[in-house]
Each structure stands twice: as structure tokens, then as C-alpha cells.
Design a protein around this ligand. Sequence first.
Ligand code: ATP
Length: 361
Amino acid sequence: MTTLLTNVCKQYDDQGKTVLKNVTAKIETGEFFVIVGPSGCGKSTLLRMIAGLTQISNGEISIDGQIVNNLPPKDRNLTMVFQSYALFPFLSVWDNVAFGLRARKHEQSEIEERVNNALKMVNLEDLKERKPRELSGGQRQRVALARAVASDAKICLMDEPLSNLDAQLRIKMRQEIYALQRKLGIILIYVTHDQVEAMTMADHIMVLHDSMVQQIGTPAEIYKAPANEFVAGFFGVPPINILFATKVGDHSIKVNNNFQVEVEQIVTEKEMKVGIRPNELIVEKADELSANATVQNIEFLGDEKIIHATFNNGGNVSAIVPGIAKFDIFEMVKITSSNNVLLFNQNGINITENKGDLINA
Ligand SMILES: Nc1ncnc2c1ncn2[C@@H]1O[C@H](COP(=O)(O)OP(=O)(O)OP(=O)(O)O)[C@@H](O)[C@H]1O
């Protein structure tokens, strides 16, 4: 059971701008596939096209070897969990889960077995008589999940299912959805704009931006070998620092006209951009002569602190330092970096070599 997207395009009207351009991807059986990107990049549109709720303008979607472009949603062997959960307010939990099975005219005994099993799986057996309004957000979320579990579909589509929950519950539900997906062995295609959700749950992540797929890869690939500056900036908190750099030797660059970094590869560009994760920056106490930056703000996170600083010659950076490191606001410091940096050409394309090594590092 694979799902194939081949050059899928979407324009909402003839003159309208293209929302999605040539989206191509292969999603394998048992895969947790996350579609991520900023608001408005077309994530929901893509999911709805896979579901059959939105017509595609061009390209091909196939499920298990069958082209489904013109197949109605009910014939695509998939279920969908929406952001709003879409529960029926006047039906009990049990009846909400049974609804789809009844609509598809399953035998009563089979419906009972499937609904009871699904409720057991999501720990809702004791609440099966309740109405949705008598449930917490997390419990409602579980009813929506139970409905997906009961349906026996091989593909489950989820559109930002956790966005209405508070931070703690989100983490818990994240783990539950992940465990459930693994247990059922289904394809789960999950839309989110939350990079942490994407990183923690996905087997593969598709990053969408500017109507196009920027990269598809494992979380490690996406983080350690981002295809371009956009992907690099989308993952990681605080975000990667992007600074200008110039070549000063075959293997040396000068970053922001401030400090030198030695890189393994031969530097081919005269001018480029360099991406430095906040934990690769080194912040040291400095006297007036050696200082190249000033601390502007400090965020204490317990084990770590985030230092926001401005270089004396312009340019802001964020650095992660140990929680016990002592710095003051407006203190002058010396900032340098490890050699573990990413190089981007002027167009923002990642030109770092040995990306494979980076992923295994
Ligand atoms: N029915 C529609 N008719 C016309 N334009 C639409 C329609 N639905 C969505 N769009 C436009 O298509 C683009 C992509 O929308 P979509 O909802 O797919 O983005 P998204 O990435 O899911 O956003 P969000 O994270 O904010 O939910 C947006 O510019 C949106 O305004």
C-alpha cells in the first residue's frame, strides 16, 4: 500500500495563483509522513486532494497502484481527522465512533466489535456514553482517533489535529498518536505547521514553501542537511543563524567580517552565506580589545541559556550556552564558532559537502 503523488498541481481558479506546483512524493506502507510548512503554503490543500475533497488541477495521485484522481473520498480507503474533530454533538462517544461504519452498512456485530476495540485502544471505554460536550479537549481528540482506528482504513489523514490543545496535552497526544500509528501499521499523513511535531513523529517530512516541495527527508536529514536556507531556518529553536561570509583561503571563510572558520571542503564561492546553529556558537568573556559583540538579551531555560547578541559591526545572533555560564545584558563578549557550519550560495542553496557525514555525526 503506497501512495504516490506525481507532479500534483493546484490552482483554485483559472486566473488564480498556483497554490501547489509539481508536488511529487512516495509514501510507503506503515509510514508516518508529515507535511510541514508555514501558514498558507498549501498543506491542507494537499491533504484534501489526497482525501478527494478538493479536485487536483494537474498531475496524478495513486493509492495502492490505482489512480484515484477522479475517485470520490469514500472509495479511497482512507479516513481523516480534522483540526475541529468534527464530532456529532448529540451522539454519544460510542455512536460517534460507530457512525461511519453504520453509514457504510457494516453488520451490527462487526460494528460493535470494531467500536469497542477502538475505544479500548484509545482508553475511552469508560466514557462511551458521554456526549462530546462532556469531554475534555484531549478526550474529544481521542474520539476522533477512535473513529479513524475503527474504520480499518489503511491510510489516515490528519490536519493539525492537536492545534486546539494546551502544550502539555499536545505532548501526550503526540505520543499516543505515534504509538497508535505504529501499532496499526497504517500510513499516517499528518499536516502541521509545528516543526517540533514534525521532528518528533515523522519517518519522513515534506517541507512545503512557496508552492513547492523544498525537501523530503528523515528528520535527521532535514535538520543536518537542509536543502536550502529556508529549510535550515524552519527547524531548530532558536533558529539557525544565517550570516554573510567571504572566502579567505581554500578552506577558510570569514564570517560577518568577525571571525574565521576552517571548513573541510574547498571553498568555491567568493561570497556566501553561512548557517550556524545556536549551539555551535562560542561565547566568551572579552575585554574591550578582543570583544566583537554585545549581549542584548538573555533567556534562562534551566540547563541552558540563550544569549542574543549584536556584533559591533552589525548583525544579530542567538547562541546557546550552559545554564551556569554568567553573562550580563550589555556585556561585551567575543563570539566565534565551531567548524560545524553549513554553507549556502547566494541563492540560499546548501553547498556544504559531506552532508552524509553530517547526518551520521
Ligand atoms: N477554497 C479555496 N479557494 C481559493 N483559495 C483557497 C481555497 N482554499 C485555500 N486557498 C488558498 O490556498 C492557499 C493554501 O491554503 P491552505 O489552507 O492549503 O494552506 P495551509 O498551509 O494549510 O495553511 P494553514 O497552516 O494556515 O492552515 C492559501 O493562499 C489559501 O488562501
